[in-house]
Design a protein around this ligand. Structure first.
Ligand code: HAM
Length: 433
């Protein structure tokens, strides 16, 4: 037995799991098409400076960062947003807005491995750039809902907040951006007491502290009630009132879309990434306490990377976690599978003929598995049976003289002699299952 195994936090996906991962990825790609997002492919290795800029302490400290052989400080991407913002600031700078971009691939974070938390994971990522309108935020929420529904998830819920509610109060209370980031990190980890202590130590007024304390405890599914309570709580902070209004506009558009989204508005909600400036959200299912997706509005990142001021909003869906949720909810993914046909030569001298017939069928888009183990027909048939193959083509000397082969139906245990030229027509309708 070899001593080699995957590195801690890394996984192999065997065919069954790989199939589900690809299925989710394809649903995400379909969603991108439905909403007009163009797919791009960005590099796994990015400059450290770029991905570290606004990643937030948590992600920053967990990056796979290293020097390449020329001494460049690089990192394996921990997310897509920085790469897409880089493109918007450079190559795509002059593209007409809005820009709708989609990407899918693997990301790397040195997180502590546990259920649903891996060091290599996959996201489908959507960015909508150039619009500061609530319709853009609503679109990101709706497309996320569409993807969750299309893969077959049940009872998913959106947790939604607005970073500007807390941040504008912290600003008015004189906290520097650096301290604000630290407070938001604590909030993200639900270390509310620690966060409040920090706000106090930074010299915030008693009113400021009390306002934040109230916000932290404000959440619920009755959207208009929570929004009203939020407005009353922050009434002395004009920018925070604006933020609540903006959140209200987004949620009102979502409500009018005709889609019913399960939504919890959470006034004290914060996310680890530091670039968010507006609405933020995560998606949960009752079976798991980790988020299946996360996103929000970030209006300053493209500019920070040297681009034109470009308001933007986006989301990333965790493909691994969606798979986990599907398994937890015992959802049967409806994937079309084409059953291969097995081709077995009765003797070695007919190998080339078997290969030729297999290729002819593949040209007709019929998947074929060729017997390559040199087994006797009986053994090869046993194997086909074990693997649930429906049709086997047996190539024999006698039939070949008549340009024919034996076609065996494994379930019915019946076989007939068929002309080779008729094979494709006979096999085609039975392929889809
Ligand atoms: P995020 O919340 O860091 O946001 O990640 C989005 C999703 O990726 C999470 O909700 C989760 O499903 C998945 N994910 C994150 N870390 C792991 C992990 N260690 N193992 C498995 N899955 C994980 C972002 O990445 C932002 N770039 C989203 C965004 C796009 N915001 C605006 N545009």
């Amino acid at each position: 037995m070899s001593a080699f195994k995957p590195v801690r936090g890394m996984r192999d996906f065997l065919p069954e799991e790989a199939k589900i991962m690809k299925y989710i990825e394809n649903q995400a790609r379909k969603t991108a098409e439905l909403y007009g997002y163009k797919e791009i492919i960005t590099p796994v290795v990015e400059s450290y400076e770029l991905v570290a800029a606004k990643a937030g302490e948590e992600v920053r400290l967990r990056m796979y960062a290293f020097e390449d052989l020329s001494g460049r400080k690089v990192a394996l991407r921990p997310e897509f947003t920085a790469s897409v913002a880089r493109l918007a600031a450079t190559t795509l700078r002059n593209e007409p807005k809005p820009l709708r971009l989609f990407c899918v691939g693997s990301l790397y974070r040195y997180d502590e491995p546990q259920k649903g938390r891996f060091r290599e994971f996959w996201q489908s990522n959507f960015e909508l750039m150039g619009s500061n309108k609530p319709e853009a935020d609503a679109e990101i929420l709706l497309l996320t809902n569409r993807l969750m529904k299309s893969v077959g998830l049940k009872n998913h819920k959106f947790k939604i907040g607005h970073v500007s509610v807390l941040r504008s109060i912290l600003s008015r209370e004189g906290l520097t951006e650096e301290i604000q980031n630290q407070v938001m990190q604590r909030m993200d980890k639900k270390l509310h007491d620690e966060a409040l202590r920090m706000v106090q130590d930074a010299g915030a007024s008693e009113k400021g502290i009390q306002t934040i304390k109230k916000l932290v405890n404000l959440r619920g599914e009755d959207i208009s009630k929570v929004l009203e309570d939020m407005t009353n709580t922050v009434k002395d902070y004009a920018e925070a009132v604006e933020a609540v209004k903006n959140l209200g506009e987004i949620l009102s558009l979502v409500a009018k879309s005709g889609e019913k989204l399960g939504i919890i508005v959470d006034a004290g909600f914060a996310r680890g990434l530091e670039y968010y400036t507006g609405m933020i959200f995560e998606v949960y299912v009752p079976e798991l306490d980790i988020a299946l997706a996360g996103g929000g509005r970030y209006n300053k990142l493209v500019e920070l990377f040297g681009g034109e001021p470009t308001p933007a909003v986006g989301v990333a869906h965790g493909i691994d976690r969606i798979m986990l949720a599907l398994q937890e909810q015992k959802v049967k993914t409806c994937m079309k599978e084409t059953q291969p046909v097995m081709v077995i030569p009765v003797s070695e001298s007919l190998n080339a003929e078997a290969l030729r017939i297999a290729e002819t069928l593949r040209m007709e888009n019929i998947p074929v598995e060729l017997e390559v183990m040199g087994r006797k027909v009986s053994k090869a048939l046993e194997d086909a049976d074990r693997r649930g193959i429906n049709h086997v083509i047996i190539i024999g000397e006698k039939e070949l003289k008549e340009d024919a082969v034996v076609l065996r139906n494994m379930q019915k245990k019946e076989q007939t002699t068929i002309k080779i030229r008729e094979l494709a027509t006979i096999l085609k309708p039975s392929q889809a299952s």
